[in-house]
Design a protein. Structure first.
Length: 488
């Protein structure tokens, strides 16, 4: 094939600018008849495979790469790293992550030996994507950070935007939602200058997921509706499913349950056609909708199906999230023991994933489940959550913490007898400790007003006078300063 027939360097420029639509129109229609191991033919086949991958057309991707998947040893050494990368991407998309990772690492090694920084950056990027698929998020984030460093030094803006997109998405999975939002917004800013509408729509979906986490559901819905329209136009079923499912979850938060139900039905229809491995998520979202409507039996049926599908998919994330919602359902039904068992199982999965925000949410739910049987453990969990959370603005998690506090406050007074001492030798000392605790709690609720505190405890002022004889005076001081008299 002569250079006059097709300018391969121009195709590479379009690829590096993210203009895959134009790239697709410029690839010669007879590319499959070109000599398979000619370097220019290899370049065109790899580009054809990338275009097919973006449309989730795995069969076409395999057809383009078939000669090299069967015998990579015949590939000229100069283009070997690029071929290994393409093959690695194919195996990754086909669900053979281990083989994909092996080929990506081999491509990175060869590229480093040849001092080919262009290929090395893309190899590191692919490693990150495979780690992401394997739910090894710390490794994925580290790889994307390296890719960002490489692309920044090369001034490859489009590739840089893709790396920021991937990093932001992984940070969100890790529970670092504030960092994720900043990173994803940076990705969108960069990708707006490219010609890649597909990646821009993906970035908007991921930003919307973050916005839902921080309680900005209206803004999330706008991002999602724009992205859903793009994916529908492109005919990309997998991301159409993900977007519809996320819209359904957003509508549940917005309490638009009829719209949510319709959207979830559409998502399931598309997801089944696309053979999505994330179908469990749709049943989990629908269960949340039924729970909001207090339709407990329907919610439990949805979650039973979701648990089964998530276990078959062997996705730790889906298994943990479905069990989280199941635990929340058991709490609503006052089945605390079932809730605790389910939530402990989900917590183990979240800790293995290093999903910090999901872990905090599960601990807040666990505090509610064990507060009757183990009030000391429940209080310790809440203290740990609040210390970790700090001033972060996460309304959904804050609501779970408040719910846990309400459950503890609703218990009988004897449940508040939580001793800080390891051992109290005498019964008399235990009684005094209990009196101190009850009075201090009532005084705190009454904001330092002793008369109101007595009313809260349901005792008389005479009892309070007796109480002061066994409790140090400093514990009885009002929590607010007395207002000074204004001199006339």
């Amino acid at each position: 094939m002569s250079q006059s027939y097709i300018d391969l360097s121009l195709l590479e420029e379009l690829r590096d600018a993210g203009d895959y639509d134009k790239l697709g129109t410029m690839i010669p229609p007879d590319w499959s008849s070109l000599p398979e191991f000619d370097e220019e033919a290899i370049g065109i086949r790899i580009l054809a495979s990338e275009i097919s991958a973006r449309g989730a057309r795995l069969d076409e991707m395999e057809a383009a790469l078939a000669p090299y998947l069967e015998d990579v040893n015949k590939v000229p050494f100069g283009v070997a790293p690029r071929v290994l990368l393409a093959a690695g991407a194919f195996y990754y998309r086909r669900g053979e992550a281990a083989e994909g990772l092996r080929l990506a690492s081999l491509a990175k090694t060869i590229a480093a030996a040849r001092e080919d920084e262009l290929i090395r950056g893309e190899a590191v990027q692919l490693e990150g994507q495979i780690y992401w698929a394997l739910e090894k998020w710390s490794e994925a984030a580290a790889a994307f950070e390296v890719a960002i460093s490489i692309y920044s030094s090369q001034a490859r803006a489009y590739r840089l935007g893709i790396s920021y997109l991937c990093l932001g998405s992984v940070l969100n999975r890790m529970g670092k939602v504030e960092e994720a939002r900043t990173t994803l917004e940076r990705a969108i800013k960069i990708l707006l200058k490219s010609q890649d509408e597909y990646s821009l729509a993906v970035a908007r979906v991921n930003v919307a997921i973050v916005l839902n986490t921080v309680g900005e559901h209206e803004m999330a819905l706008k991002y999602l509706q724009f992205a859903e329209e793009k994916f529908e136009q492109m005919g990309h079923q997998q991301y159409t499913y993900v977007t519809l499912n996320t819209i359904g979850a957003t509508l549940v938060w917005l309490k638009e349950y009829d719209r949510a139900d319709t959207c979830i039905s559409r998502a399931l229809e598309v997801g089944i056609k696309a053979r999505s491995t994330e179908i469990a998520s749709s049943y989990e979202v629908r269960a949340r909708m039924h729970m909001a409507r207090r339709e407990w039996a329907k919610a439990e049926k949805m979650l039973s199906t979701a648990v089964e599908i998530a276990d078959q998919a062997n996705s730790h994330t889906q298994r943990a999230e479905v069990r989280r919602t199941l635990g929340r359902l058991y709490l609503a039904q006052e089945r605390e023991e079932d809730a605790a068992n389910t939530l402990w199982s989900a917590l183990d999965l979240a800790q293995d994933l290093d999903a910090s925000l999901l872990e905090l949410e599960l601990k807040a739910l666990l505090a509610q489940a064990i507060c009757v049987s183990n009030p000391v453990g429940a209080c310790k969990l809440l203290a740990e959550i609040e210390a970790t959370l700090g001033a972060r603005q996460l309304p959904e998690l804050r609501r779970e913490i408040q719910a846990a506090r309400r459950r503890i406050n609703s218990l009988d007074q004897e449940h508040f007898f939580i001793l800080s001492d390891i051992k109290i030798p005498l019964l008399a000392e235990a009684k005094i400790s209990l009196l101190k605790w009850l009075w201090a709690r009532a005084l705190h609720k009454a904001r330092g007003n002793a008369r109101e505190a007595a009313s809260i405890l349901g005792v008389t002022p005479t009892y309070i006078r007796k109480l002061t004889k066994v409790i140090p005076r400093d514990l009885l001081r009002p929590g607010r300063k007395r207002s000074r008299r204004v001199k006339s």
